[in-house]
Design a protein around this ligand. Structure first.
Ligand SMILES: NC(=O)C1=CN([C@@H]2O[C@H](COP(=O)(O)OP(=O)(O)OC[C@H]3O[C@@H](n4cnc5c(N)ncnc54)[C@H](O)[C@@H]3O)[C@@H](O)[C@H]2O)C=CC1
Ligand SMILES: NCC(=O)COP(=O)(O)O
Length: 355
């Protein structure tokens, strides 16, 4: 089949002095074995109807072209050499930065070559946001296990982004946000057997301070209300089922309130996500990954967004993973990626307005 990829940018006037506010979003490709590339192509194909903010993709032109075809989409892919070409290109073709670092489309069959391409794309997209050539980075799903096999030394992209942005890991906060709920896991990519030992007053204070600042700066909330979960059943039942609430979480909440942060809790985690409770706070600070992500994905799987708070750059991602089981079948839902693109653009706008 004839390829529609072209590097001919003659029809496109380069934007010589594009202001930062007009920079495109930089989208990383994700693992070529997963649903990331086809969802990127699907989002671009629907860009006008969905009124999506302009974006470019960091590498992977051939993967994107093949992924689009797998969904029966007509997506002309154009390689650009300068991110500033993306804005004018976007209406007519999917702009992909850089002819180098391409690979094969391998839906459902992860391999090291694909993981290396995913890593290259993540690094390129991040560097574009850090330099201001892109207004934000939106990451498509990667396989953590596959990335580890090609030397990625971080448990996830959140920790990588903290490192790339020179932010301490404790101040890079994973927020999952959907129409029904915002939730943050205090501890992130760690084994459940390690969780209790990692819960400290210091970590709760640091995460909550970042949440408070970021909900003001990136979401425009005037006084964010943070509901802090307990760790144990019934939030410890007055010390009968664990002491973390009395010795660590409760005192940390007291210190946050003394700082002027609207924190409450510790709340029993089994009831704090019930509909009548969710209206009483803006964000839930949960003690571990699944305590936050299970309610979020149960309520808002299709439109959930993963955003990293506390970075100098805006970073969002779909809430789901690589979905290897359905990659290439044309059935993966692009709604979460679409929500991630929108949330990134909104956060950029909020930051610009608050300057
Ligand atoms: N932000 C990221 O890069 C994330 C990456 N992962 C990675 O993804 C891999 C697979 O993780 P899983 O736990 O299996 O979660 P997953 O989200 O990839 O899949 C869970 C289930 O949801 C379905 N699903 C996922 N996205 C969908 C979509 N857009 N439309 C329709 N159905 C969808 C899948 O088919 C599967 O049945 C792991 O290697 C993990 O490291 C997981 C979460 C986030
Ligand atoms: N379960 C959420 C997740 O794995 C997202 O991780 P990250 O790669 O965004 O750090």
């Amino acid at each position: 089949m004839r390829s529609s990829i072209t590097t001919d940018a003659r029809a496109v006037a380069p934007l010589a002095n594009a202001p930062l506010a007009l920079s495109p979003l930089a989208v990383s490709l994700g693992d070529p074995a997963g649903v990331g590339p086809e969802l990127i192509a699907a989002a671009w194909a629907d860009r006008a109807a969905l009124d999506l903010p302009p974006f470019l993709v960091a590498g992977g032109a051939h993967v994107l072209e093949a992924a689009a075809k797998s969904r029966g989409l007509d997506v002309p892919v154009r390689i650009i050499e300068d991110p500033r070409e993306a804005l004018a290109m976007y209406a007519h073709a999917l702009p992909v930065l850089g002819a180098g670092g391409d690979g094969r489309y391998t839906p459902g069959k992860p391999d090291r070559e694909g993981a290396a391409l995913a890593l290259h794309s993540l690094e390129l997209a991040t560097s574009l946001a850090l330099s201001g050539a892109a207004s934000a980075v939106v990451t498509a799903p990667v396989s953590k296990a596959a990335l580890a096999e090609v030397g990625f030394a971080f448990p996830g992209q959140t920790e990588y982004l903290a490192h790339a942005c020179d932010v301490p890991e404790d101040d890079a906060v994973m927020l999952l946000a959907g129409p029904s709920l915002k939730a943050v896991p205090l501890t992130i990519h760690v084994a459940i057997s390690e969780v209790a030992g990692l819960i400290t007053q210091e970590l709760i204070l640091r995460r909550a301070r970042v949440i408070d600042r970021a909900l003001r700066r990136d979401f425009g909330l005037a006084a964010p209300r943070i509901a802090v979960a307990g760790l144990n059943p019934h939030a410890g039942e007055k010390g009968r089922m664990g002491m973390e609430e009395r010795e660590i979480i409760g005192p940390a909440i007291g210190r946050l309130i003394a700082e002027g942060i609207a924190a409450t809790g510790p709340h029993p985690a089994d009831t704090m996500f019930a509909p009548h409770k969710r209206g009483t706070y803006d964000v839930a600070l949960a003690m571990y990954h699944d305590q936050a992500l299970v309610p979020l994905k149960t309520l808002d799987f299709d439109e959930g967004v993963n955003m990293t708070l506390g970075l100098p750059i805006v970073r969002t991602s779909p809430d789901h993973g690589t979905a290897i089981d359905i990659a290439g079948q044309g059935i993966a839902n692009p709604a979460s990626l679409v929500a991630a693109l929108r949330m990134a653009a909104q956060a950029v706008a909020h930051r610009a307005a608050s300057r």
